[in-house]
Ligand binder design. Structure first.
Ligand SMILES: NC(=O)C1=CN([C@@H]2O[C@H](COP(=O)(O)OP(=O)(O)OC[C@H]3O[C@@H](n4cnc5c(N)ncnc54)[C@H](OP(=O)(O)O)[C@@H]3O)[C@@H](O)[C@H]2O)C=CC1
Ligand SMILES: O=C(O)[C@@H]1CCC=N1
Length: 274
């Protein structure tokens, strides 16, 4: 087990996902710290996971890895409070969508390494997609340490930081698109007269089975879809409607919008640092 302690600074929805994953991976609770804004949130985390809620400055002093998981809009204020007090030897890991590592570097003492991470909520079931990029001063050692932290939560991948806004649009926000699809298919089941519970079970199991086939078969999705689509059959009748409604194009423009929103966050929060 690693000797490094990790503080999640801003342990909200995503921070909790990370903390719970590290605990499941066998990280000792005494090596995990969490900070929040509201004391009642800190108490909830402490009761649920037995981890130590601390003040931001205590986390910054005591932990080796500072994982920042506040909303991007809260990051500047947060760093104003303790950024320049980060002692040498710490690693700052940003989980914030949109914010470039330069946003952090500009608010930290010189030489503090920053790694940008985009993970996603399936970390709750150890199936996250975590994508890692080095910022200034981050060496192979820092990237490897970040991988060590996120590997138990699912898959990890390294990309250049310039790709992180696209990554955010694809895998960071990605679970929401799948949930929306599941929601819509369940509604369709209701429309077709199935009981809600039956529709729910059918769609969820179909989603799980399809995801597992995609991963385990290694086949291209087109090939898997073709195998379901019989000539003059039911599937092509549905696909015809989806294409008529521009679902494919809608995905392209939707993800472009998500990517653009990530870039916009950077401009709004960190003008001139992109
Ligand atoms: N949710 C997701 O699926 C994903 C989120 N992200 C990124 O993760 C980050 C967090 O998102 P999410 O978890 O959804 O947001 P939440 O609002 O759930 O969590 C943010 C947390 O930050 C805490 N906080 C804010 N200011 C401070 C402060 N000054 N000191 C200590 N704690 C503070 C809040 O505390 P309190 O609760 O007490 O107010 C809250 O718990 C964002 O930057 C987002 O872009 C990235 C990938 C996926
Ligand atoms: O919606 C958001 O901004 C965050 C980032 C990726 C997923 N959720």
């Amino acid at each position: 087990m690693t000797k490094h302690s990790v503080a999640v600074i801003g342990a909200g929805k995503l921070g909790e996902v990370v903390l719970s994953g590290l605990l499941r991976a066998g990280w000792p609770p005494h090596q995990l710290l969490a900070t929040t804004r509201r004391p009642e949130r800190a108490a909830e985390l402490s009761e649920k996971y037995g981890i130590r809620p601390v003040l931001n400055l205590t986390a910054v002093t005591q932990a080796d890895v500072l994982a920042v998981a506040v909303k991007p809009q809260d990051a500047a204020k947060l760093l104003e409070d303790w950024g320049m007090k980060v002692p040498p030897g710490k690693l700052v890991v940003s989980l914030c969508a949109g914010l470039p590592t330069s946003f952090f570097t500009a608010r930290l003492p010189g030489g503090i390494p920053v790694v940008r991470v985009m993970t996603n909520t399936p970390a709750f079931v150890d199936q996250a997609m975590t994508v890692i990029s080095a910022g200034a001063y981050a060496t192979e050692e820092h990237l490897a340490l970040t991988e060590e932290i996120f590997q138990p939560l699912g898959a990890t991948l390294r990309v250049p930081e310039s790709q992180q806004d696209a990554v955010t649009a694809l895998s960071g926000s990605g679970p929401a698109y799948f949930y929306l699809l599941v929601e819509a298919m369940i509604d369709a089941g209701i429309l077709l007269g199935l009981p809600r519970q039956v529709a729910h079970e059918l769609v969820v199991q179909t989603a799980i089975g399809s995801a597992q086939m995609l991963r385990d078969s290694g086949e291209h999705p087109v090939k898997l879809r073709e195998a379901v689509t019989s000539p003059a059959g039911t599937t092509i009748a549905a696909i015809h409607e989806l294409e008529k409604h521009g679902v494919r194009a809608a995905f392209l423009t939707a993800l472009e919008a998500a990517r653009d929103r990530a870039s916009e966050i950077a401009v709004q929060m960190a003008p001139g640092t992109k």
